[in-house]
Ligand binder design. Sequence first.
Ligand code: AMP
Length: 395
Amino acid sequence: MTQILVLNSGSSSIKYELIDMAGPQTRAAGLIERIGEPMSTLTHEAQGRQLRIERPMSDHREGLTAMAEAFEQTIPVRAGALTAVGHRVVHGGDRFAQPAVIDDAVLDAIRDCIPLAPLHNPANLLGIEVAMQAYPDVAHVAVFDTAFHQTMPESSFRYAIDRATADAHRIRRYGFHGTSHAYVSRAAAAFLGRPVAQTNTITLHLGNGASACAVRGGVSIDTSMGLTPLAGLVMGTRSGDIDPGALIHLLNMGLDLGDLDTLLNRRSGLKGMCGHNDLREVHAASARGDRSAASALDVYVHSIRHYLGAYLVELGTLDAIVFTAGVGENDPVVRARVCAGLESLGIEIEASSNEAARGPSDVADIATAASRVRVLVVPTNEELEIATQSLEAVG
Ligand code: AMP
């Protein structure tokens, strides 16, 4: 059996999934939360059996010990039964266009990217180091959120600021959600029965974090997130695009760097505009007559259409628009509003298929028969993509 263990380590959490690549099929999945707090929890599901462990886990090492216990009690994973451990790593800078089998040089390179992702990369590294000690005899692979976008041309990734300053501080567009954009663009081509290399898609990853990507022939040529995951689309609590001059103005008005960070990452987006970051709550508030919720929804949809238009022009020809992630997979209202009035561009949604596609388990085509561009709802699976790339990396 070819099994990959996928680990996604955050600062106080570890998400994991054990995937049997024949199938492929999830054998077990779990989440360890509140690591380092007085009470930590592990929730685990393996082939219909559920298990919960509640006890203090002071660090990631104790978290992985609890994970090993959960496996032991449900589906014991013998030493040697793993083909690889795949790790999600948020920022690979411009060093990684592919997944990398982890050695000291790769660890150094991930460390080197900490200034670009100060919240994420240290947690990812910690998870890797602890897992390498827990599973010393298996290959560990780093799969980067940024890697898929390394194919962007300079016209897409360069910011128009002083070249020396930009280069000295590695200021450029990197883009994120790469495993999701890669997975859904390939799944879309497969669904359409076309070679990936001849398929153009605009992939809209609309979750709590959100980004758009222009994919030409399976290759990312532009994406909405930038140096950090703050740029681009309006998100749950993040601002997306904002005039950088507004930040200078706010600093001049007395806000400090910490205030700005909190404002843009936690008190912006849908939450900042109307108090709700979950689209379901925004719709409910709007239906109750809450004007700020209605306006937040307008701004949200506008930002998606803004990128849709831009990427349509960049690609020239488009085969499919792909909706994915929490909102993209579940929200027919957002999908209908994003695609409204675009018939002259060959984009037309079929209302009943759009309504029916709520959390589909497989790809759903929600375009009318006459629509030249297909509109697809594709459930993303970042864990499976990390596992697939890890398997390819270990060859
Ligand atoms: P994700 O980050 O991909 O897990 O997406 C989470 C977000 O998806 C939530 O914050 C909601 O805004 C959205 N979401 C989840 N389920 C639904 C639903 N049934 N309808 C609308 N939005 C949803």
